[in-house]
Design a protein around this ligand. Structure first.
Ligand code: GLU
Length: 470
């Protein structure tokens, strides 16, 4: 592992301070916003196959200027308190940037989930959840976890069920987690949401010719050469939508076991299916394999998408990165000092706190759905479809000709939950990008998108604190 100059939390704090320095905030307020409010560390035992095993977990609450606080729970052997606090802080900023009315939180359990079978994992997850629920660190009104690295809809269902058993009187119990399976109160489109948000964010960047030109590129996403690091949930969906919906070419995929390259572009689905079968990217037909996968972060391409873990671009490799645009799909893939090096080299960084906010955005939709106890579109879908038919009938009557079938089916369609989620997500990602670039373009002391993103977050949170009278 490459030595990092600062811890993850210090790196996030330094980025925050750089942005806060451009603002005229009441004394002490920036420090209050930056600090993590509290963290709960828990150790517990679970009996696995006859032996007692001890586990350590954390849930950090960064800012409670809005409630509930929100953020994933990560299961990884490398999880530590500093990372959890950094990730909780990023959640606060992320929510503020995309206008999701939550504070920030994050949880982590030090475990390698691949070493346990499903039955053990369920017991461990439920036990961890009980500990957090007892202390108010999981609650639909106060603190709402979601999936993160090493967890999925399955763990969210276990946690929600644990909460419901402990609080059967809570009519909103199901809203205590998001990212649940659909049958357990989940929402359509949550699984793909972070990756889809990354896709919408990059697409929005290419909608601004001046931004594209400033990066030394031209045109739209069609044919652009893209390298993705990490084919987990976020990287897979981002790459898949870029390939299938914008015509970009995924020319490189960096995975744990090395990287694969293919100039004409991969079918992301095929690579994922191959990996699912063999557990490796190595040997994918028609691709060049590079054992030292991380070196491919330095390969020529138009857009580099680090979608794996934090601290991937550091002082050690930043100068060798050639991509003019780096789209941070992971949380914290670029360390603070590396960020400076890249910016001085004229690279455009689409920052994590904006770009991967699609997950929490759709989590917000799921939470609202759970609180309202009705699926989106249930009341108005048919009405919308009928109205479309009435418009078609009126057009046909007026012009005396039938509306062609392909238009008829589009016009007489009522939006379902997935349509509404995607529309809300696209709108959120486009609007937030436009706000970021507006701030960058209009303020002399805000030179880049990351500083602009932090400025948006700090201003919103500061205003909430000031208006609260705190
Ligand atoms: N774990 C995701 C993130 O880092 C989602 C958080 C959420 O939906 O609460 O953004």
């Amino acid at each position: 592992m490459v030595a990092r100059e600062h811890t993850f939390k210090q790196s996030v704090d330094l980025m925050f301070e750089r942005a806060a320095a451009t603002l005229d905030l009441p004394s002490g307020l920036a420090d209050q916003i930056k600090a993590n409010n509290n963290i709960y560390m828990v150790r517990f035992f679970v009996k696995c196959h006859g032996s007692y095993q001890i586990f350590t977990g954390w849930r950090s609450v960064h800012s409670e200027h809005r409630l509930p606080v929100k953020g994933g729970i990560r299961f990884a052997p490398t999880v530590n308190q500093d990372d959890v606090e950094a990730l909780a802080a990023l959640m606060t900023y992320k929510c503020a940037i995309v206008d999701v009315p939550f504070g920030g939180s994050k949880g982590g359990l030090c475990i390698d989930p691949r070493e346990y079978d499903e039955e053990d994992l369920e017991r461990i997850t439920r036990r961890f959840a009980q500990e957090l629920i007892k202390k108010g660190y999981i609650n639909p009104a106060l603190n709402v976890p979601a999936p993160d690295m090493g967890t999925s809809d399955r763990e969210m269902a276990w946690i929600a069920d644990t909460y419901r058993n402990m609080h059967p009187e809570d009519i909103n119990a199901i809203a205590c987690t998001t990212g649940k399976p659909f049958s357990q109160g989940g929402i359509q489109g949550r699984l793909e949401a972070t990756g889809r948000g990354v896709f919408y964010g990059i697409k929005e960047f290419f909608n601004h010719p001046q931004d594209v030109k400033d990066a030394g590129l031209e045109g739209n996403l069609e044919g652009k050469r893209i390298i993705v690091q990490g084919l987990g949930n976020v990287g897979f969906h981002a790459a898949k939508f870029l390939e299938e919906e914008s015509g970009a070419r995924i020319i490189g995929i960096i995975e744990r076991d090395g990287a694969i390259l293919c100039e004409k572009g991969f079918s992301v689905e095929d690579v994922a299916a191959y990996r699912a079968e063999r557990g490796l990217a190595k040997g994918f037909p028609g691709a060049t394999y590079v054992a030292d996968g991380k070196r491919i972060l330095e390969e020529e391409c138009d857009v580099l998408i680090p979608a794996a873990v934090e601290g991937q671009i550091t002082l050690e490799n930043a100068r060798r990165v050639k991509a003019p645009v780096i789209a941070e799909a992971a949380n914290g893939p670029i360390a603070f000092e590396a960020d400076d090096v890249l910016r001085q080299a004229g690279k455009v960084i689409i920052p994590d706190a904006y770009l991967n906010a699609g997950g929490v955005t759709v989590s917000y939709f799921e939470w609202i759905k759970n609180l309202s106890h009705i699926r989106f579109g249930r009341l108005d879908r048919r009405l919308e479809a009928h109205r479309g038919v009435q418009i078609i009938d009126a057009i046909e009557e007026m012009v005396g000709k039938p509306v062609p079938d392909h238009l008829r089916s589009k016009l007489s369609y009522g939006a379902d939950e997935l349509d509404l989620v995607r529309s809300g997500l696209e709108d959120t990602m486009s609007t937030a990008y436009q706000t970021m670039r507006e701030i960058r373009n209009s303020r002399d002391n805000v030179p880049d998108l990351r500083t602009a993103a932090f400025v948006i977050a700090i201003e919103k949170i500061a205003q909430a604190y000031i208006e609260m009278g705190l």
